[in-house]
Design a protein around this ligand. Structure first.
Ligand SMILES: C[S@@+](CC[C@H](N)C(=O)[O-])C[C@H]1O[C@@H](n2cnc3c(N)ncnc32)[C@H](O)[C@@H]1O
Length: 266
């Protein structure tokens, strides 16, 4: 009876899923409330890959265009430069969607807070033999104590600053680990810069989405925080774009359609 009433109030494209979604969500909230601290990272790692697959497909070529500039960058280490090796550190790689954008002979380390992504990440690595995997570090981007100062040529993040506890803290660490002249490539969704109604939705969803489900803030102004340049990058080139939208359920990605992409140089 309750479910039927609720279904009448919900747009048609949700209907077949409504009761199952509500049930799963209630069970999830109960687990989360009563001390199952691993349930949120496990849930994120389980649903992220299938849920974001269509979105990733629609932004792939835009991301490729941005990240492929990496191939022109050379390592600051003379020995590695001779061999054409580039030291890359990715923060928050999740299941490893960015493997395909890395140049041949990349030497990749990652710092990922959610250990449940590790299995999926290494499964994907098999399809990208041109990348030499260095380290998978489970930890926070805001405190990369296992990564020495001035030790990587390129740092990469995509859709991560929305989730870190402190954007300023993560940027400070990115700056610390980069060699002088090293580049930080970023692709981050931000507070919508076009429509007030989208910003309203972003604020509305941020509590549910951030605290209860994905640990992601839809309404962050990472673009403005990067621009303030508190950690002292020598150059920041960034631009704002809108990513293409899909229909139906996937139109909800309107909340992550405003993106800042850029390259900051140490
Ligand atoms: C929205 S997912 C993006 C994953 C991937 N970069 C992509 O583009 O598909 C956010 C990722 O950042 C990770 N993450 C969140 N907070 C983090 C932190 N403080 N330090 C490192 N990784 C973090 C999450 O575990 C997750 O893998």
């Amino acid at each position: 009876m309750l479910f039927e009433k609720m279904e009448e109030m919900i747009p048609a494209f949700f209907k077949p899923w409504t009761r199952y979604l509500i049930l799963v969500f209630i069970i999830y909230l109960i687990f989360k409330k009563y001390g199952a601290s691993h349930i949120q990272p496990w849930f994120l790692s389980t649903v992220y890959t299938p849920l974001c697959a269509i979105h990733h497909k629609s932004i792939k070529e835009l991301q490729r265009k941005h990240f492929e500039q990496m191939k022109d960058h050379k390592s600051s280490d003379p020995e590695l430069r001779k061999k054409g090796i580039l030291r890359i550190l990715e923060i928050g790689p999740g299941p490893g969607y960015n493997f395909e954008f890395y140049p041949p002979k990349s030497q990749l380390s990652v710092v990922e807070v959610n250990p449940f992504f590790e299995e999926e990440f290494f499964k994907k690595q098999v399809d990208h033999p041109h990348i030499k995997m260095d380290r998978f570090i489970v930890g926070f981007a805001e405190n990369m104590k296992d990564v020495p100062d001035n030790s990587v040529d390129v740092v990469v993040s995509s859709c991560v600053l929305c989730s870190v506890r402190s954007v300023e803290g993560a940027l400070k660490e990115v700056h610390r680990v980069l060699v002088p002249g090293g580049k930080y490539y970023y692709w981050e969704h931000i507070r919508d810069f076009e429509y007030g109604w989208v910003r309203f939705l972003q604020h509305l969803f941020t509590y549910t989405y951030h605290d209860l489900v994905f640990g992601c803030s839809l309404n962050r102004v990472s673009d403005r925080i990067i621009e303030t340049n508190k950690c002292g990058f020598t150059q920041i080139d960034q631009k704002l774009i809108k990513t293409p939208l899909n229909k139906g359920f996937h139109s909800l990605y309107v909340c992550i359609a405003s993106v800042v992409l850029g390259i900051a140089t140490k």
